[in-house]
Design a protein around this ligand. Structure first.
Ligand code: RB5
Length: 145
């Protein structure tokens, strides 16, 4: 059974619960990294823990905060993570096909539930195309600050 890691802060908690339920219905094993309520918490800590798990087992992850911006900034600090903040289905498809994104970031205060579900489905159904896109990812991996 495929595992999907999912995590949010307080702002993303409600959307995370909805998406986790849908993932379970679709037959995925859902690894929930918190938050566990709408009580205020710090998104970097959730992003850090989820990304560690994604880096370790190679499965995909979904991170949700109010805008998705904080989660994507935090997630991309892990060199094994290619996190993509998506607010439409085309971006969700292309970040898998061209960027081999392994973490999808969503903004719960930006998009509605139906769109979030459609974005998640597009992300999960799309596959990396490799070839010239792998070369470009290798180039990203070589960038030093
Ligand atoms: C929390 O208020 C909010 O700052 C957080 O959910 C996120 O949007 C940060 O980028």
């Amino acid at each position: 059974m495929s595992v999907i890691h999912i995590g949010s802060d307080h702002a993303g908690f409600q959307l995370k619960s909805l998406l986790a339920g849908e993932l379970a219905k679709l037959g995925y094993k859902v690894e929930d990294h918190g938050a566990n309520s709408t009580e205020s918490c710090d998104y970097p800590l959730i992003a850090r823990d989820l990304c560690k798990a994604v880096a370790a087992d190679g499965n995909l992850g979904i991170l949700i905060c109010g805008t998705g911006i904080g989660m994507s900034i935090a997630a991309n600090r892990n060199p094994a993570i290619r996190a993509a903040l998506c607010a439409n289905e085309l971006s969700a498809r292309m970040c898998r096909r061209h960027n081999n994104a392994n973490v999808l970031c969503l903004g719960a205060r930006i998009i509605g539930e139906e769109l979030a579900l459609a974005i998640m489905t597009a992300f999960l159904e799309s596959k990396f195309e490799g070839g010239r896109h792998q070369r470009r990812l290798d180039e990203i991996g070589q960038i030093k600050s």
